[in-house]
Design a protein around this ligand. Structure first.
Ligand SMILES: Nc1ncnc2c1ncn2[C@@H]1O[C@H](COP(=O)(O)OP(=O)(O)O)[C@@H](O)[C@H]1O
Ligand SMILES: [Mg+2]
Length: 361
Protein backbone atom coordinates (compact mmCIF):
# COMPACT_ATOMS: atom_id res chain seq x y z
CA UNK A 1 0.00 0.00 0.00
CA UNK A 2 1.23 3.47 -0.88
CA UNK A 3 1.89 6.08 1.75
CA UNK A 4 -0.96 8.59 1.73
CA UNK A 5 -0.13 11.77 -0.18
CA UNK A 6 -2.30 13.71 2.30
CA UNK A 7 -0.48 13.91 5.64
CA UNK A 8 -2.52 15.54 8.38
CA UNK A 9 -0.84 14.75 11.67
CA UNK A 10 1.04 17.83 12.79
CA UNK A 11 2.90 20.41 10.72
CA UNK A 12 4.13 19.40 7.28
CA UNK A 13 7.78 19.19 6.31
CA UNK A 14 8.75 21.77 3.69
CA UNK A 15 9.09 18.98 1.09
CA UNK A 16 5.52 17.83 1.77
CA UNK A 17 4.05 21.26 1.20
CA UNK A 18 1.53 21.34 -1.60
CA UNK A 19 1.70 24.20 -4.04
CA UNK A 20 0.38 26.96 -1.82
CA UNK A 21 3.10 29.54 -1.92
CA UNK A 22 1.51 32.99 -1.64
CA UNK A 23 1.64 33.05 2.12
CA UNK A 24 5.16 31.66 2.25
CA UNK A 25 6.35 34.14 -0.42
CA UNK A 26 4.84 37.00 1.54
CA UNK A 27 6.44 35.89 4.82
CA UNK A 28 9.84 35.38 3.20
CA UNK A 29 9.69 38.89 1.79
CA UNK A 30 8.63 40.37 5.12
CA UNK A 31 11.29 38.66 7.14
CA UNK A 32 13.95 39.49 4.55
CA UNK A 33 12.98 43.16 4.87
CA UNK A 34 13.03 42.72 8.64
CA UNK A 35 9.38 43.71 9.00
CA UNK A 36 8.21 42.16 12.23
CA UNK A 37 5.17 40.05 11.41
CA UNK A 38 2.67 37.97 13.35
CA UNK A 39 0.76 35.19 11.61
CA UNK A 40 -2.64 34.73 13.22
CA UNK A 41 -5.14 31.98 12.59
CA UNK A 42 -7.10 29.15 14.12
CA UNK A 43 -5.47 25.95 15.31
CA UNK A 44 -4.40 23.64 12.49
CA UNK A 45 -4.60 26.32 9.86
CA UNK A 46 -1.11 25.72 8.53
CA UNK A 47 0.78 28.35 10.52
CA UNK A 48 3.65 26.16 11.70
CA UNK A 49 3.82 24.55 8.27
CA UNK A 50 4.17 27.98 6.66
CA UNK A 51 6.85 29.09 9.15
CA UNK A 52 8.84 25.91 8.51
CA UNK A 53 8.62 26.54 4.80
CA UNK A 54 9.90 30.08 5.36
CA UNK A 55 12.85 28.79 7.39
CA UNK A 56 13.58 26.24 4.69
CA UNK A 57 13.50 28.88 1.94
CA UNK A 58 15.92 31.10 3.88
CA UNK A 59 18.15 28.18 4.84
CA UNK A 60 21.07 29.07 2.52
CA UNK A 61 21.51 32.54 3.91
CA UNK A 62 19.91 32.62 7.30
CA UNK A 63 19.97 30.78 10.61
CA UNK A 64 16.51 30.28 12.06
CA UNK A 65 16.12 30.07 15.82
CA UNK A 66 12.88 28.28 16.53
CA UNK A 67 11.11 28.98 19.81
CA UNK A 68 7.76 27.38 20.67
CA UNK A 69 5.98 28.96 23.64
CA UNK A 70 3.01 26.61 23.77
CA UNK A 71 1.80 26.33 27.41
CA UNK A 72 4.83 28.23 28.76
CA UNK A 73 4.91 27.67 32.51
CA UNK A 74 7.77 29.62 34.11
CA UNK A 75 10.98 31.59 33.56
CA UNK A 76 12.96 28.37 33.89
CA UNK A 77 10.74 26.84 31.23
CA UNK A 78 11.46 29.82 28.95
CA UNK A 79 15.22 29.64 29.62
CA UNK A 80 15.14 25.90 28.96
CA UNK A 81 13.29 26.29 25.67
CA UNK A 82 15.59 29.11 24.53
CA UNK A 83 18.57 26.96 25.48
CA UNK A 84 17.37 24.10 23.31
CA UNK A 85 16.59 26.45 20.42
CA UNK A 86 20.02 28.03 20.58
CA UNK A 87 21.84 24.74 21.09
CA UNK A 88 20.10 23.34 18.00
CA UNK A 89 22.04 25.83 15.86
CA UNK A 90 25.08 25.96 18.16
CA UNK A 91 27.67 24.57 15.74
CA UNK A 92 26.75 26.71 12.76
CA UNK A 93 28.73 29.73 11.61
CA UNK A 94 31.97 31.24 12.78
CA UNK A 95 32.42 32.05 15.55
CA UNK A 96 29.93 29.35 16.49
CA UNK A 97 27.19 30.00 18.99
CA UNK A 98 28.97 27.64 21.36
CA UNK A 99 32.09 29.81 21.22
CA UNK A 100 30.09 33.00 21.72
CA UNK A 101 28.21 31.45 24.64
CA UNK A 102 31.44 30.34 26.28
CA UNK A 103 32.71 33.95 26.18
CA UNK A 104 29.79 35.08 28.34
CA UNK A 105 29.80 31.94 30.49
CA UNK A 106 26.44 30.80 29.22
CA UNK A 107 26.07 27.02 29.47
CA UNK A 108 24.61 26.37 26.03
CA UNK A 109 22.67 23.13 25.66
CA UNK A 110 23.22 22.12 29.28
CA UNK A 111 20.49 24.05 30.99
CA UNK A 112 18.23 21.08 31.53
CA UNK A 113 20.92 19.72 33.89
CA UNK A 114 21.50 23.04 35.63
CA UNK A 115 17.78 23.48 36.25
CA UNK A 116 17.62 20.17 38.10
CA UNK A 117 20.07 21.33 40.78
CA UNK A 118 18.85 22.33 44.25
CA UNK A 119 17.32 25.81 44.35
CA UNK A 120 20.39 27.49 45.91
CA UNK A 121 22.71 26.19 43.16
CA UNK A 122 20.39 26.89 40.28
CA UNK A 123 21.09 29.80 37.92
CA UNK A 124 18.61 32.69 37.96
CA UNK A 125 16.40 31.97 34.95
CA UNK A 126 15.61 35.63 34.26
CA UNK A 127 19.33 36.44 34.02
CA UNK A 128 19.73 33.39 31.81
CA UNK A 129 17.04 34.59 29.43
CA UNK A 130 18.75 37.99 29.31
CA UNK A 131 22.08 36.33 28.50
CA UNK A 132 20.45 34.16 25.86
CA UNK A 133 18.96 37.21 24.15
CA UNK A 134 22.35 38.93 24.34
CA UNK A 135 23.89 35.87 22.71
CA UNK A 136 21.33 36.02 19.93
CA UNK A 137 22.17 39.66 19.28
CA UNK A 138 25.90 38.99 19.41
CA UNK A 139 25.47 36.15 16.94
CA UNK A 140 23.48 38.37 14.59
CA UNK A 141 26.59 40.51 14.06
CA UNK A 142 28.26 37.74 12.09
CA UNK A 143 25.31 35.98 10.45
CA UNK A 144 21.73 36.58 9.42
CA UNK A 145 19.38 35.39 12.15
CA UNK A 146 15.63 35.00 12.17
CA UNK A 147 13.83 34.30 15.42
CA UNK A 148 10.57 32.44 14.90
CA UNK A 149 8.29 32.39 17.94
CA UNK A 150 5.50 29.88 17.43
CA UNK A 151 2.45 29.71 19.74
CA UNK A 152 3.47 33.14 21.00
CA UNK A 153 0.23 33.47 22.99
CA UNK A 154 1.84 31.08 25.50
CA UNK A 155 4.01 34.03 26.60
CA UNK A 156 1.15 35.25 28.81
CA UNK A 157 1.78 32.21 31.03
CA UNK A 158 4.84 33.96 32.52
CA UNK A 159 4.43 37.46 33.84
CA UNK A 160 7.04 39.82 32.43
CA UNK A 161 8.24 37.41 29.73
CA UNK A 162 6.82 39.45 26.84
CA UNK A 163 8.40 42.60 28.28
CA UNK A 164 11.77 40.85 28.63
CA UNK A 165 11.65 39.67 25.02
CA UNK A 166 10.69 43.15 23.88
CA UNK A 167 13.37 45.03 25.82
CA UNK A 168 15.97 42.38 25.05
CA UNK A 169 15.43 42.63 21.31
CA UNK A 170 13.94 46.05 20.64
CA UNK A 171 17.02 47.82 19.34
CA UNK A 172 17.80 44.90 17.11
CA UNK A 173 14.68 44.37 15.05
CA UNK A 174 16.77 45.42 12.04
CA UNK A 175 19.40 42.76 12.64
CA UNK A 176 17.24 39.92 13.85
CA UNK A 177 14.23 38.99 11.77
CA UNK A 178 11.20 38.33 13.96
CA UNK A 179 8.25 36.19 13.03
CA UNK A 180 5.43 35.30 15.41
CA UNK A 181 2.55 32.87 15.08
CA UNK A 182 -0.23 31.89 17.42
CA UNK A 183 -3.62 30.26 17.62
CA UNK A 184 -5.40 31.99 20.48
CA UNK A 185 -7.06 34.79 18.51
CA UNK A 186 -7.95 37.14 21.32
CA UNK A 187 -4.64 36.73 23.14
CA UNK A 188 -2.65 37.23 19.94
CA UNK A 189 -4.66 40.35 19.06
CA UNK A 190 -4.24 41.67 22.58
CA UNK A 191 -0.47 41.13 22.60
CA UNK A 192 -0.01 43.37 19.55
CA UNK A 193 -2.92 45.82 19.76
CA UNK A 194 -3.31 46.61 23.45
CA UNK A 195 -1.40 49.74 24.43
CA UNK A 196 -0.38 48.22 27.73
CA UNK A 197 1.38 45.29 26.02
CA UNK A 198 5.13 45.33 25.37
CA UNK A 199 4.67 44.37 21.70
CA UNK A 200 1.93 46.94 21.10
CA UNK A 201 2.07 48.10 17.45
CA UNK A 202 5.34 46.23 16.97
CA UNK A 203 4.19 43.82 14.29
CA UNK A 204 2.08 43.63 11.16
CA UNK A 205 -0.72 41.15 11.77
CA UNK A 206 -1.64 38.82 8.96
CA UNK A 207 -4.21 36.03 8.84
CA UNK A 208 -3.41 32.48 7.81
CA UNK A 209 -5.75 31.99 4.86
CA UNK A 210 -8.07 29.10 4.15
CA UNK A 211 -7.08 27.02 1.12
CA UNK A 212 -8.95 28.22 -1.94
CA UNK A 213 -10.62 25.96 -4.49
CA UNK A 214 -7.78 26.18 -7.02
CA UNK A 215 -5.25 25.17 -4.36
CA UNK A 216 -7.42 22.32 -3.12
CA UNK A 217 -7.96 21.16 -6.69
CA UNK A 218 -4.26 21.09 -7.52
CA UNK A 219 -3.21 19.41 -4.28
CA UNK A 220 -5.93 16.75 -4.49
CA UNK A 221 -5.27 16.11 -8.16
CA UNK A 222 -1.53 15.93 -7.56
CA UNK A 223 -1.87 13.50 -4.67
CA UNK A 224 -4.15 11.15 -6.57
CA UNK A 225 -2.13 11.32 -9.81
CA UNK A 226 1.14 10.64 -8.01
CA UNK A 227 -0.29 7.45 -6.53
CA UNK A 228 -1.89 6.08 -9.70
CA UNK A 229 -5.44 7.25 -9.02
CA UNK A 230 -7.71 9.88 -10.43
CA UNK A 231 -9.37 12.55 -8.27
CA UNK A 232 -12.30 12.98 -10.66
CA UNK A 233 -14.08 16.19 -9.70
CA UNK A 234 -14.12 15.87 -5.92
CA UNK A 235 -12.20 19.08 -5.16
CA UNK A 236 -15.34 21.23 -5.08
CA UNK A 237 -17.02 18.89 -2.59
CA UNK A 238 -13.94 18.93 -0.37
CA UNK A 239 -13.85 22.73 -0.53
CA UNK A 240 -17.55 22.93 0.28
CA UNK A 241 -17.43 20.61 3.29
CA UNK A 242 -14.21 21.99 4.76
CA UNK A 243 -14.49 25.67 3.87
CA UNK A 244 -10.77 25.42 3.04
CA UNK A 245 -9.72 24.56 6.63
CA UNK A 246 -6.23 23.21 5.80
CA UNK A 247 -6.15 20.35 8.27
CA UNK A 248 -9.67 19.20 7.41
CA UNK A 249 -8.97 19.44 3.67
CA UNK A 250 -6.04 17.07 4.06
CA UNK A 251 -7.87 14.76 6.45
CA UNK A 252 -10.87 14.44 4.13
CA UNK A 253 -8.70 14.06 1.03
CA UNK A 254 -6.85 11.28 2.84
CA UNK A 255 -10.10 9.52 3.80
CA UNK A 256 -11.33 9.68 0.20
CA UNK A 257 -7.98 8.48 -1.12
CA UNK A 258 -8.14 5.43 1.18
CA UNK A 259 -11.44 4.44 -0.42
CA UNK A 260 -10.10 4.52 -3.98
CA UNK A 261 -8.12 1.55 -5.30
CA UNK A 262 -5.04 2.10 -7.41
CA UNK A 263 -6.22 2.74 -10.98
CA UNK A 264 -9.62 3.97 -9.72
CA UNK A 265 -11.36 7.34 -9.84
CA UNK A 266 -12.88 9.08 -6.83
CA UNK A 267 -16.61 9.78 -6.94
CA UNK A 268 -19.12 11.86 -4.97
CA UNK A 269 -20.20 8.65 -3.23
CA UNK A 270 -16.63 8.23 -1.98
CA UNK A 271 -16.74 11.78 -0.62
CA UNK A 272 -19.94 11.11 1.34
CA UNK A 273 -18.55 7.87 2.78
CA UNK A 274 -15.23 9.53 3.58
CA UNK A 275 -17.00 12.32 5.47
CA UNK A 276 -18.63 9.62 7.59
CA UNK A 277 -15.20 8.00 8.09
CA UNK A 278 -13.82 11.32 9.35
CA UNK A 279 -16.83 11.80 11.61
CA UNK A 280 -16.43 8.30 13.05
CA UNK A 281 -12.70 8.77 13.62
CA UNK A 282 -13.22 12.06 15.43
CA UNK A 283 -16.43 11.25 17.30
CA UNK A 284 -14.97 10.58 20.75
CA UNK A 285 -12.83 13.72 20.59
CA UNK A 286 -15.77 15.82 19.42
CA UNK A 287 -17.95 14.59 22.25
CA UNK A 288 -15.23 15.40 24.79
CA UNK A 289 -14.75 18.83 23.26
CA UNK A 290 -18.46 19.61 23.20
CA UNK A 291 -18.91 18.48 26.80
CA UNK A 292 -16.15 20.85 27.86
CA UNK A 293 -18.21 23.92 26.87
CA UNK A 294 -20.56 25.72 29.25
CA UNK A 295 -24.22 25.14 28.53
CA UNK A 296 -24.80 28.61 27.02
CA UNK A 297 -21.78 28.04 24.77
CA UNK A 298 -23.17 24.67 23.71
CA UNK A 299 -26.45 26.35 22.77
CA UNK A 300 -24.66 29.06 20.81
CA UNK A 301 -22.66 26.43 18.93
CA UNK A 302 -25.83 24.49 18.13
CA UNK A 303 -27.60 27.60 16.84
CA UNK A 304 -24.61 28.67 14.77
CA UNK A 305 -24.22 25.15 13.31
CA UNK A 306 -27.90 25.18 12.33
CA UNK A 307 -27.71 28.69 10.86
CA UNK A 308 -30.17 30.05 13.45
CA UNK A 309 -30.00 33.53 14.93
CA UNK A 310 -28.69 33.77 18.50
CA UNK A 311 -31.17 36.40 19.62
CA UNK A 312 -34.55 35.32 18.24
CA UNK A 313 -37.57 33.64 19.75
CA UNK A 314 -36.17 30.19 19.01
CA UNK A 315 -32.95 30.88 20.95
CA UNK A 316 -35.08 32.19 23.81
CA UNK A 317 -37.27 29.11 23.80
CA UNK A 318 -34.14 26.96 24.03
CA UNK A 319 -33.22 28.77 27.23
CA UNK A 320 -30.66 31.24 25.88
CA UNK A 321 -31.04 34.83 27.10
CA UNK A 322 -29.68 37.71 25.00
CA UNK A 323 -27.05 38.46 27.61
CA UNK A 324 -26.11 34.80 27.87
CA UNK A 325 -25.81 34.53 24.08
CA UNK A 326 -23.62 37.62 23.87
CA UNK A 327 -21.32 36.43 26.62
CA UNK A 328 -21.01 32.89 25.25
CA UNK A 329 -20.45 34.15 21.72
CA UNK A 330 -17.62 36.43 22.88
CA UNK A 331 -16.00 33.60 24.82
CA UNK A 332 -16.18 31.27 21.80
CA UNK A 333 -14.74 33.91 19.48
CA UNK A 334 -11.91 34.61 21.94
CA UNK A 335 -10.92 30.97 22.00
CA UNK A 336 -11.14 30.57 18.24
CA UNK A 337 -14.10 28.18 18.07
CA UNK A 338 -16.34 30.54 16.11
CA UNK A 339 -15.57 33.61 14.06
CA UNK A 340 -17.24 36.41 12.22
CA UNK A 341 -17.23 36.23 8.43
CA UNK A 342 -18.80 39.42 7.11
CA UNK A 343 -22.10 39.68 8.93
CA UNK A 344 -22.30 35.96 9.67
CA UNK A 345 -20.91 33.87 12.50
CA UNK A 346 -19.47 30.49 11.60
CA UNK A 347 -17.90 27.55 13.36
CA UNK A 348 -14.20 27.49 12.52
CA UNK A 349 -13.78 23.72 12.41
CA UNK A 350 -16.14 22.13 9.85
CA UNK A 351 -15.97 18.77 11.63
CA UNK A 352 -17.22 20.36 14.84
CA UNK A 353 -20.07 21.95 12.88
CA UNK A 354 -20.97 18.65 11.21
CA UNK A 355 -20.76 16.75 14.50
CA UNK A 356 -23.22 19.17 16.09
CA UNK A 357 -25.61 18.96 13.12
CA UNK A 358 -25.54 15.16 13.20
CA UNK A 359 -25.92 15.01 16.97
CA UNK A 360 -28.69 17.57 17.35
CA UNK A 361 -30.32 17.47 13.90
N1 LIG B 1 -0.04 24.59 2.82
C1 LIG B 1 -0.80 23.57 3.17
N2 LIG B 1 -1.43 22.84 2.24
C2 LIG B 1 -2.21 21.80 2.60
N3 LIG B 1 -2.41 21.39 3.85
C3 LIG B 1 -1.81 22.06 4.82
C4 LIG B 1 -0.97 23.18 4.55
N4 LIG B 1 -0.51 23.65 5.72
C5 LIG B 1 -1.04 22.86 6.68
N5 LIG B 1 -1.82 21.90 6.14
C6 LIG B 1 -2.57 20.87 6.86
O1 LIG B 1 -2.93 21.40 8.14
C7 LIG B 1 -2.40 20.59 9.19
C8 LIG B 1 -2.01 21.47 10.35
O2 LIG B 1 -0.95 22.31 9.97
P1 LIG B 1 -0.09 23.11 11.06
O3 LIG B 1 0.98 23.82 10.31
O4 LIG B 1 0.33 22.19 12.15
O5 LIG B 1 -1.18 24.15 11.60
P2 LIG B 1 -1.08 25.20 12.82
O6 LIG B 1 0.36 25.45 13.11
O7 LIG B 1 -1.81 26.41 12.32
O8 LIG B 1 -1.80 24.56 13.98
C9 LIG B 1 -1.27 19.80 8.56
O9 LIG B 1 -1.09 18.54 9.19
C10 LIG B 1 -1.76 19.62 7.12
O10 LIG B 1 -2.62 18.51 7.04
MG1 LIG C 1 1.32 25.13 14.94
Amino acid sequence: MDVSPFPHHGPLEPGQLPAQTDLVDDLVQRVTERRVTALLGPRRYGKTTALRAVADRLDDTTTTVWLDLYALASWSDLADRLDRSLAAIGGAGSPSLHELAARINLPLGLLAIELRKPADQRPDPILLVQAQLDLLIEASRTRSIVLVIDEFSGVVGVEGAAAKLRTGLQHHFQEIGLLFAGSEPSTMQMLFTDRAEPFYAQADLIEAPALDLATIDSLVRGGFDDTGRSAGSIAASIAEFTGGHPHRVMELADAIWRRVEEGGTASEADVALAISDVMAATDAGMERLFSSFRSAEQLVLRLVAQGETLFGAYAGSMGLSNGGAQHARAALVDRGHIRRVGSRIEIVDPVVAEWIRRRFG
